[in-house]
Design a protein around this ligand. Structure first.
Ligand code: AMP
Length: 191
C-alpha cells in the first residue's frame, strides 16, 4: 500500500498503473486548510475541466470495472455525480444519486456517519435498485472511508449489489481501504 512517505519520495502509484496516476496527479491541486484548518483539500476542478483527462478517467474506470459487471452507476453527492453521469452515459447504464439529507423526494433509507472534517447524513431512494441491480459506486476522493462505507451500506440496505467501488484519489494515509475491509477499492491515484 502506498503511504504519505511514498508520495514525499516522488513515487506516483494507482490501481490502473503509474502513467494514468501521474496524469491525474498533474490535474489535482492541493488546497491547504480547506474547508477547515489542518485539512489538505484535493481539488479536482483542473481534472474535471480538462476534457482529455476527464475522458481518460471515465475510460479507465470502465475498463477496470468491466462494463458487463454493473447495471447502474451510483454517484456520491456532489462530485461523484459528475463521474457517475459520465460513466453511465459512456457505458449505456443508468445513474443513481446518493444524496445528502433532505434532497430526495420519496421514501429513503438514511445513514449518519463521520467524515474527515465533520459529520453528514446520506440517503438513497428505497426503490433505487429494485430487482437486485448490480451497482458500480464512484466518488472523487476516498479519505477516512466513512462516506464510502455509509454509501455501500445504504445500497445494500435497499437491495442493491455492489459490483465495484472506484475513486479518482485515495488518501491512503487516512486508512479508508482498511475501514472498508474486504470490499475492494479501485483508485486511479493513491497518495
Ligand atoms: P471520507 O468519508 O473521510 O472518506 O471522505 C470522503 C468524502 O469527503 C468524499 O466525498 C470527498 O469528496 C470528501 N473529502 C474528504 N476529504 C477530502 C479531501 N482531503 N479532499 C477532497 N475531498 C475530500
Amino acid at each position: 500500500m502506498a503511504s504519505a512517505g511514498d508520495s514525499q519520495a516522488g513515487t506516483v502509484t494507482g490501481d490502473s498503473g503509474a502513467e494514468v496516476a501521474r496524469l491525474i496527479a498533474s490535474r489535482v491541486t492541493d488546497v491547504l486548510d480547506f474547508p477547515k484548518p489542518g485539512i489538505v483539500f484535493k481539488d479536482l476542478s483542473p481534472l474535471f475541466g480538462d476534457g482529455r483527462v476527464f475522458r481518460r478517467v471515465v475510460d479507465e474506470i470502465i475498463a477496470y470495472q468491466d462494463v458487463d459487471s454493473f447495471d447502474v452507476v451510483a454517484g456520491i453527492e456532489a462530485r461523484g455525480f459528475m463521474l457517475a453521469s459520465a460513466i453511465a452515459y459512456a457505458s449505456g447504464r443508468g445513474v443513481v444519486p446518493v444524496r445528502k439529507a433532505g434532497k430526495l423526494p420519496r421514501e429513503v433509507l438514511s445513514v449518519a456517519y463521520d467524515l474527515e472534517y465533520g459529520q453528514a447524513t446520506l440517503e438513497v431512494h428505497t426503490d433505487a435498485f429494485e430487482g437486485g441491480a448490480r451497482v458500480l459506486v464512484v466518488d472523487d476522493v476516498l479519505a477516512t472511508g466513512g462516506t464510502a462505507q455509509a454509501t455501500l451500506d445504504l445500497i445494500e440496505g435497499v437491495g442493491g449489489r455492489v459490483s465495484g467501488f472506484s475513486v479518482v484519489v485515495d488518501l491512503s494515509f487516512l486508512g479508508g481501504r482498511d475501514r472498508l475491509g474486504s470490499r475492494p477499492v479501485h483508485a486511479l491515484l493513491v497518495v
